[in-house]
Design a binder for this molecule. Structure first.
Ligand SMILES: [Zn+2]
Length: 288
């Protein structure tokens, strides 16, 4: 295989492989069941479990105690109708492929709202893995990609207005609104961020260079513009998680997102609806 594949070639290969592995809904259940077995997640509390799963069935049973369990139970996939669509997005993301909700909806023949909901929930799962090793960056430095409204956007204001005004801290972005709107901001951005991080985050100074954080911010802005045009302030962190996933191929290689989903509790619509990006967003984490 060439190491220099274009995005289209990468997508074609990954999509073809997914269709061979998971051609339909019952294969999707079997794929998840097999993964649960691999990750040692199939269990019964009785003394001598004898687990039986019939191909294509959404449940499995224990012959010893007669207990019946859903394959999706206790995972992010609990109760989902379009399991194959969820697995498809997991599959593509694990292979470093980002697709818009619109393209995803066409590909899997699902509603665009469903596609968006799947995308957001996977984003929520991944962003939780951005731990304390990840430097917090004020959302304002990503203001240029905040172009979509959300329920958090103040009435009749630009989507950017929902970014929190961090007046309690003394970081150098207190007058960021004016600064972002000035003509000079593109050239000043790098040094302003570097100064900010130098002052704010001394504990990370030894492990992460300012330059690498500044580069990551620039790459995240380019990534979000390229794949999504822009985002809302509310969902910014979810798309930054997608960026992390896309670029950290070691951390999020094949199986890694699926395992995170298997180990994650279901996310209700209300939880998804209530999600709001923090004032200090995270872009990447250090390797574990
Ligand atoms: Zn049992």
């Amino acid at each position: 295989m060439s190491t220099n594949l274009t995005d289209d070639q990468m997508f074609s290969e990954a999509w073809q492989a997914f269709n061979e592995e998971v051609p339909n809904d019952s294969a999707a259940v079997d794929f998840l069941y097999d993964s649960l077995v691999i990750y040692n997640k199939i269990a019964c509390a009785c003394r001598q479990p004898q687990i039986i799963h019939m191909p294509g069935e959404r449940f499995y049973s224990c012959r010893n105690c007669k207990k019946v369990s859903w394959v999706t139970s206790g995972t992010l996939f609990a109760g989902v109708v379009k399991l194959r669509a969820w697995l498809a997005l997991v599959w593509l993301k694990e292979r470093g492929i980002t697709i818009s909700a619109m393209r995803f909806s066409r590909l899997l023949e699902i509603a665009q709202s469903t596609a968006l909901n799947i995308q957001k929930r996977l984003g929520m799962v991944v962003q939780e893995k951005l731990d304390d090793s990840s430097p917090g960056v004020p959302a304002q430095v990503l203001a240029s990609i905040i172009i979509k409204r959300s329920k958090e956007t103040p009435a009749q204001a630009h989507p950017r207005a929902e970014l929190a005004n961090d007046t309690t801290s003394d970081h150098p972005f207190v007058s960021l609104d004016e600064w972002m709107n000035s003509a000079a901001h593109e050239t000043d951005l790098r040094s302003a961020i570097a100064d900010f991080l130098k002052n704010r985050d001394p504990q990370h100074a030894s492990s992460i260079s300012y330059e690498s954080i500044v580069s990551a911010i620039g790459a995240a802005i380019t990534y979000i513009r390229t794949h999504f045009q822009g985002v809302s302030g509310k969902c910014l962190q979810l798309y930054l998680a997608s960026f992390w996933c896309h670029f950290d191929r070691l951390r999020w290689s094949n199986g890694a997102i699926l395992l995170a989903c298997i180990e994650h509790a279901p996310i209700s619509y209300q939880e998804m609806f209530r999600f709001v990006s923090p004032p200090l967003v995270k872009i990447f984490a250090l390797p574990r």
